[in-house]
Design a protein around this ligand. Structure first.
Ligand code: GDD
Ligand code: MN
Length: 366
């Protein structure tokens, strides 16, 4: 087979049939093509609509994923199923210009990867607010600088790749969030990428799934790519929560001190430690370990106790390290460094224990 078109869907029951019609017009009967819909068990039953179409047209295939959710992983799943020598990836909502598909496919004559771009002459974004344009362009610049890429639209969800090339590198992909093209380029490092301009159309039906969470995820994913997975998004979140805890501790302590006076300093310090530990626990539970968060009261109580114990040993380690380092190296500028090293080592220790102990267990959805 010549061409596979992979379309990830989530709540696109109205858009999908429109896309299928548009594709039929564009691809016609000349090319040998198939459409692969990867639907993450959409609540609006997009998969049912797709199953229905698939039963009438054998060029349409539907993969209904029950076990995971996510745009990038859906795209990778679709690419892995593709039977065509050339594979096009595009959104279901008609925001990607279907009439450009043949150009993307043809571009693979000369390059392994061809990208539909909104930011080259002839391309554009229709009906986007200033905020979103700015955000998208900032992400583009950051992405190109950080990863050493030179494409005008590295966040594009509209591209074509040779199946052979995808198969060669697929095991090295870490599909997360929205950045699948970025990921592909980092792993493939193609010598040349052909860019096909298109105008990003406004959505006709349904709504975008690009939330603030996706934007956060993008930032973390970028750091993970940059550090070659040494720094995972989860660890980064954990570290940020830890830093916020230092702030909470300092604020609580100074607030209480000015209210109750130095005489109570010991009790006040203990109270501030408690407050920051609870705030760290809560933030880690709803953010860092969101996918395994404690929901029921017994789980939360157990979580707080374990977290407290783990953090307590961490604090002892932190002190011991800081004390050990500051002793012999007095006057060598260890003033700030010693506690910082202590904090870093304790954070590592705490992280792995909390990861494997406090938040061990099954994923919660959402
Ligand atoms: N299977 C699956 N699972 N599909 C999903 C998921 C998911 O979790 N989330 C979104 N999709 C599908 C949507 O149904 C749609 O077909 C496509 O992925 C794009 O999602 P949109 O929610 O429409 O994204 P957008 O239009 O806001 O974002 C556009 O710009 C991004 C960055 O600039 C898209 O073109 C993205 O591909 C692009 O990365
Ligand atoms: Mn869209």
């Amino acid at each position: 087979m010549r061409v596979s078109v992979v379309v990830p869907t989530y709540n696109e029951r109205e858009s999908l049939p429109l896309l299928v019609n548009a594709l039929r017009d564009v691809m016609g009967n000349e090319t040998d093509w198939e459409l692969i819909v990867v639907d993450d068990d959409s609540p609006d039953e997009t998969w049912k609509v797709a199953e229905d179409m698939a039963s009438k047209d054998r060029r349409i295939r539907i993969y209904r994923r029950l076990d995971c959710r996510g745009l990038s992983s859906a795209v990778v799943a679709g690419l892995s199923m593709a039977g065509g020598e050339r594979v096009v990836v595009m959104d279901a909502d008609l925001q990607h210009d279907v009439t450009r598909v043949p150009q993307l496919v043809a571009a693979l004559d000369d390059t392994p990867l061809a990208v539909g771009t909104r930011y080259a002459p002839g391309g554009g974004v229709g009906g986007w607010g200033r905020g979103r344009v700015a955000l998208s362009q900032a992400a583009t610049v950051v992405c190109n600088l950080a990863l050493g890429l030179a494409v005008s639209d590295p966040m594009s969800g509209f591209f074509a790749v040779r199946r052979e090339e995808f198969n060669r590198i697929s095991s090295r992909l870490n599909p997360r969030g929205y950045k699948i093209l970025m990921e592909l380029m980092v792993v493939m490092r193609p010598a040349r990428v052909e860019e096909i301009p298109y105008v990003f159309a406004p959505r006709v039906c349904g709504e975008s799934k690009l939330s603030t969470r996706v934007v956060w995820d993008f930032g973390f994913a970028l750091i993970e790519l940059l550090t070659r997975s040494v720094v995972s998004p989860r660890f980064l979140k954990y570290g940020l929560v830890g830093l916020s805890g230092v702030g909470v501790y300092a604020l609580t302590r100074s607030g209480l001190l000015s209210g109750f006076g130095q005489a109570e300093a010991g009790v006040i310090t203990a109270a501030a430690v408690g407050v920051s530990a609870v705030s760290n626990y809560v933030l880690n539970n709803v953010w860092t370990f969101r996918d395994r968060r404690h929901v029921s009261l017994p789980a939360v109580v157990r979580g707080v106790v374990l977290f407290g114990l783990v953090s307590g040993t961490g604090a002892l380690i932190s002190r011991a390290v800081a004390g050990h380092l500051s002793g012999p190296a007095e006057g060598l500028g260890w003033g700030v460094l010693a506690p910082a090293m202590g904090f870093a080592i304790a954070t590592l220790w705490n992280y792995f224990l909390n990861h494997d102990l406090t938040w061990r267990g099954h994923a919660v959805s959402g």
